[in-house]
Write a protein of this length. Structure first.
Length: 737
């Protein structure tokens, strides 16, 4: 006789919950069990008949006579179909003999690993309408979960079998510790449910990873802890890569993606997920120069897509490099330090880069990641995205990071060697929103770029360190990245750096973000083009609050709109709540500057440096309000008396009662732009004293035919403005009534 049980003990519904009020139909083998029922009994002697369908409670079959759980028996192979109370099918097998005893016996005898990829006798690996297995108690796979036994072989063999049979859920025992010296690879369509327990990974391999996810696989509901150890034979330390000895990995580690013709099975996985996890690692290795490096909690590499990471906790840790990191990968041979050779391989079709995409990250809690920052990129991050696209990150909370809370970059080679279908997606459609960090110690709140920096450097002439490489696409990738409702504070001391920093980036916005106690809270830095800070709040900066400036690669066409900025200059006088330095076509629109109550520390509400400083075409529009400024300063410090060209347009401002000096600087102010249809004509305002004979501006003034200077103090009966009738410097001007 054969016991009629779920292959792994309990029946589940389509949501993997224990099946209540279900229906179990037992039929003749290879026939429809509902149309062709088989004789079923409640005892091994086959003397107590069981009526069909058999009902379930809590995943167990119930004897209708005794109203208690029971195991039905049948005297032959059988077919089985299980339905939920609503009629949906959750399990179907056309032919079953005794899969449980066969699997348990094979694992107990140590032969289970030899059955990987093959179905058990009489238990085909095909599925009908549902995954093959539901709620597999890991004990039935030979997993001890006693915190001492190395369960790596048994757990992996069980995962491989379940995957080969079509997939399903493996349950570790509740609250127990399962120890593995080699982390499991969760194969296709398998879910590993830690069931509130701890998966303890004592990893020694130089390139060993933690739990790895494959296609449509999940890990959930427990703790994954890595106890990183040196190699027991050689004594060698683990590799320095952030994914090595990381608790959870999706994709291959760097350089192990395989070839175009034979990619790694870890490359390009899709449909994966992890949730309800606590992740930690104590990896702490010397990178060769005395700097110690740890792992991250989750490493996603290469073309992993359609994934979900949710409800993840990363506890306080002194070694870990970050919470969740995304990195580009590659197939074939791509070397970021040898761009011409990489290009040759790409052109030959033997190599290309792969990029994480279409992934959701939400509800992440990160503790105090106190790893020290020494040099570049060696502290800790909250979320780091390198060479990704179409990624949504939301609801991240962190106590402390030491390099950058949210980091976005195009990566060393960006999308230069991505397939043609992927290139247009470079750095596109990524959103990071509703994220908060309590302290950025020596760290940025946001650090974002879209430059393939190694490609750019290779494009420089040899005299500047390049090889005159001709890129396939602009290394300054156009991005539409959005940072929304991100907030955090700096250390408010000499270690403070920039808060929100856009650098080497084309496009992108920070919207509704808040930064405080950084050196400067919001900065448009080197080579930023078409970027915007919208509705952002910055206060208590040690230096200038909002900054648009770079001395050698000035920002272009950037915008600061409706900013709220106050209490700049916590370290001393001379700072502004918004500074426009060397830049081209910067627009300041609206906003409020200076404290509306109390004493303001910032010397200036808005400061625009001079044309000699490299400012060109700045605009102040939308009637910003300056509530206050430091004693000895002014609401507006705009260029200098004759710094023509620094300011393109000033449409006015509003002033609080605490303002003692409204305007310092430019004496002939552009207040309007008129268009001829082919070019803009500026309309200026000035006092007559700045003009020679009430008519002609100073000799260095750029006169354009049609431009006007309106008098702020016209004489009674005299002209009200002067107009340029012939372009030049200053051109020819005539007074008009």
């Amino acid at each position: 006789m054969t016991a009629v049980t779920n292959p792994f003990g309990l029946f589940s519904d389509n949501q993997s919950r224990l099946l209540d009020n279900g229906y179990v139909y037992i039929g003749l083998p290879e026939q429809d069990p509902e149309a062709n029922p088989a004789p079923v009994f409640w005892d091994e002697e086959l003397t107590i008949p069981a009526a069909q369908p058999i009902r379930t409670i809590g995943g167990m079959t119930v004897n209708e006579t005794t109203s208690s759980p029971g195991i039905p028996y049948v005297d032959a192979p059988f077919s089985i179909r299980v339905r939920q109370g609503n009629g949906q099918i959750v399990l179907y097998r056309p032919r079953v003999t005794n899969p449980v005893s066969a699997l348990v016996d094979s694992l107990a005898s140590g032969t289970g690993a030899n059955q990987i990829g093959a179905s058990l006798p009489g238990f085909p690996a095909t599925t009908v309408g549902a995954a093959a297995f539901y709620n597999v108690p890991s004990g039935m796979l030979g997993v001890k979960s006693d915190a001492g036994t190395d369960d790596a072989t048994a757990l992996q063999a069980g995962i491989d079998y379940v995957a080969a049979a079509g997939g399903g859920r493996i349950l570790l025992p509740p609250g127990k510790t399962t120890k593995c010296t080699v982390a499991p690879v969760i194969k296709d369509r398998v879910t590993l449910d830690l069931n509130g327990g701890r998966l303890l990974l004592t990893l020694t391999g130089t390139n060993a990873q933690g739990v790895r996810l494959r296609n449509n696989s999940w890990v959930e509901n427990g703790t994954i802890e890595v106890q990183s150890q040196n190699d027991p034979v050689t004594g060698g330390e683990p590799g320095i890569g952030a994914g090595i000895h990381a608790p959870l990995c999706v994709g291959p580690i760097y350089s192990e993606g395989g070839t175009v013709s034979n990619p790694s099975p870890d490359e390009g996985v899709t449909g994966w997920g992890a949730r309800n996890l606590i992740l930690s690692s104590n990896k702490n290795v010397d990178r060769g120069d005395g700097v110690r490096l740890g792992s991250v909690a989750v490493q996603v590499t290469g073309g992993a897509s359609l994934g979900i990471l949710e409800n993840i906790v990363v506890p306080d840790n002194a070694f870990m490099a970050g919470g969740i990191h995304f990195d580009w990968g590659y197939l074939g041979s791509i070397a970021s330090d040898n761009i011409p050779a990489s290009r040759a391989n790409f052109d030959a079709g033997t190599a290309y880069t792969t990029h994480p995409n279409t992934i959701v990250v939400r509800n992440i809690k990160i503790g105090n990641l106190s790893r020290a920052t020494v040099g570049v990129d060696t502290g800790s991050h909250g979320i780091r995205i390198s060479g990704g696209y179409n990624i949504l990150v939301e609801n991240v909370r962190a106590k402390r990071v030491t390099y950058a809370f949210l980091r976005h970059t195009a990566g060393d080679v960006g999308f230069e060697f991505a397939p043609a279908s992927v290139k247009p997606l470079a750095c596109k459609n990524t959103i990071l929103r509703n994220c908060v960090v309590e302290e950025c110690s020596t760290a940025n709140l946001i650090y974002s770029d879209s430059l393939a920096d190694n490609i750019y450097r290779a494009s420089l002439p040899p005299g500047q360190g390049g090889s005159s490489y001709v890129p396939l696409i602009d290394p300054f990738h156009q991005t539409n990245i959005l940072f929304e409702n991100v907030s955090g504070r700096g250390p408010n001391d000499a270690t403070a750096t920039f808060g929100v920093r856009f650098i080497q980036q084309r496009g992108g916005r920070a919207v509704g973000c808040l930064a405080t106690q950084f050196l400067s809270n919001f900065v448009m830095d080197e080579s930023t083009y078409d970027c915007a800070f919208l509705n952002c709040i910055g206060y208590n900066s040690r230096g200038d609050n909002f900054v648009v400036e770079h001395p050698t690669a000035p920002p272009r066409n950037c915008r600061v709109e409706n900013a709220t900025a106050y209490q700049a200059g916590q370290s001393g006088a001379g700072y502004a709540n918004l500074l426009v330095g060397k830049s081209v076509d910067t627009t300041v629109y609206g906003g409020s500057f200076g404290a509306d109550t109390g004493t303001e520390q910032g010397s200036y509400g808005i400061r625009v440096k001079t044309a000699a400083d490299g400012v060109a075409g700045a605009s102040i529009e939308g009637l910003p309000i300056i509530y206050s400024h430091r004693s000895g300063g002014s609401a507006l410090l705009v260029a200098s008396d004759e710094s023509w060209g620094a300011l393109k347009l000033f449409t006015g401002a509003r002033y609080g009662s605490a303002v003692t000096t409204r305007w310092t600087g430019l004496s002939i102010v552009p207040v309007r732009l008129d268009s001829t249809g082919t070019e803009d004509i500026q309309i200026f305002r000035s006092v007559r004293a700045k003009l020679s004979a009430d008519t002609t501006p100073p000799s260095g003034f750029p006169g354009k035919r049609g431009s006007r200077i309106e008098y702020l103090d016209p004489a009674a009966g005299g002209p009200t403005y002067t107009v340029c009738v012939s372009s030049g410097t200053p051109g020819i001007w005539e007074a008009r009534a």
